[in-house]
Each structure stands twice: as C-alpha cells, then as structure tokens.
Design a binder for this molecule. Structure first.
Ligand code: HPA
Ligand code: MG
Length: 227
C-alpha cells in the first residue's frame, strides 16, 4: 500500500516537490539561521524562500479550485500557523490582483500528538470548540505536516461531523513514512524523507519555531531539548 502511495506522489505534480531520500540537504553554512541553534541542526531541507515560492503556487491552485465561493480556513495549530499566514497572504494578493474576490474566514484548531520526535497514540484536540458554523461551508484545512495520516484522518472525521459542504486540505509537507495511509492532502508543498524536521513553525518540544528554514534536527539537538 505504501509503495502505491509513493508512486502516485512521484508521478503527479499534485504530490508536491519531491525531495529524495538520498538528497543530503543544503549545508547550514550557506544560509543564516539563529545562532542559538548552532550544532542543533544537520542540514536545511527547504530554504525559506523556496517555501514562499511554492506557497504562492499552492495559493493559485486553491484560487483556481475554490475561488468562486467564500471559504473557511481552518488553521491547525501550532505547527500550521506560519504556513497558514503565508498561504492566506498569497491568496489575498491573488484575489486583489484579479477580478475575483474570495471572502475568507480564518479559524484555528489546536492539535497535539507529538512528544519528543515520537507520535503519541492519541490525538488531542486542545480546547475542542464547537465548529457548527462549518455547516454548509467550503472548508480549507491548513496543516504543516502530514506523516502517517492518522492525525489528518481523525481531524477530517471531526470536521466532517459538522457537515461542511466541501473539505479540502493543504499540507505544506508530506512525509514518506512506511505506513502512510491514503489520506493525503489535496494541495501538497513538498514530499520529504522520513526524518524529523523543524523550523517554519514546526517544533521539537516547542523549540525551533523561530527558525525560518525547514531543517533536519541533529542528534545532539534532540538530546539538548529532550523532555
Ligand atoms: N517535525 C515536527 N513536527 C512533526 C513532524 C516533524 O517532522 N512530524 C509530525 N509532526
Ligand atoms: Mg509539534
């Protein structure tokens, strides 16, 4: 099953920009990053500028598909905040520069399922609020990273229970993990190897959200911030 998913991802543009397992990443010396993280990172996987350029294209794809209806953006916190801000900004810029107008509401939902670099079994929706305002609406879920797809599946089930008209998912990163379910985002930024990444609001025990690039954390970084 996993093989099939990986192949589908690699043939179509829909799976996002594919970053191969054997690609070593960019040396950290080629970019600037906060000095307090020196020694904590192995390499840069996706530089900030590339994230922004890819996000601009995803915004266009989203406009092409959903641009005629107002949408409710559902930002998955905390990791999704930066991607959501930038994606919404790009969508706003596109609608300003075209004759289309796309009324958007932005809401937030907070999930927690990771401790250190391990997924915990249960998905917590922190402060689960009533999402009944989603009934009959076009919903765009904005998520930073999709791994096994378990979190996404549980979230979709939760959102579906409020009877929206349509649900689309934008995921900046999809990780090629061994047991990836077929639950993939409709809009994917990058497909990445199965390594723990941080930066651009993705954290390791709440650290590294203040790093602009998406990087691989080093073993010593993991040890330093372990709880
Ligand atoms: N980094 C940060 N958070 C995550 C990751 C990751 O690689 N995978 C799932 N949540
Ligand atoms: Mg996290």
């Amino acid at each position: 099953m996993a093989d099939v998913v990986v192949k589908q991802l690699q043939v179509g543009g829909g799976g996002g920009i594919v970053i191969d397992d054997d690609w070593p990443g960019y040396s950290l010396d080629l970019f600037s990053y906060p000095a307090h993280y020196s020694g904590d990172l192995d390499c840069v996987v996706v530089p900030h500028g590339v994230i922004m350029d890819r996000t601009e294209r995803l915004a266009r794809n989203i406009m092409d598909d959903l641009g005629d209806h107002d949408i409710v953006v559902l930002c998955v916190l905390k990791g999704g905040y930066q991607f959501c801000v930038d994606l919404v900004d790009k969508i706003k810029a596109l609608s300003r520069n075209s004759n289309r107008t796309l009324p958007m509401r932005v809401h937030f939902i907070r999930l927690k399922s990771y401790l250190n670099d391990q997924s915990t079994e249960d998905l917590h929706i922190v402060g689960a609020e009533d999402l009944s305002f989603l009934a009959g609406k076009n919903v765009l879920i904005v998520e930073a990273i999709v791994g096994t797809g378990k979190t996404m599946k549980a979230l979709l089930k939760h959102v579906e229970s409020f009877s929206p008209k349509l649900i689309k998912v934008a995921g900046l990163l999809v990780k090629r993990v061994p047991h990836n379910s077929t639950c993939l985002p409709d809009y994917v930024g990058f497909e990445i190897p199965d390594r723990f990444v941080v930066g651009y609001a993705l954290d390791y025990n709440e650290y590294f959200r203040d790093l602009n690039h998406i990087c691989v954390i080093s073993e010593s970084g993991k040890t330093k911030y372990k709880i």
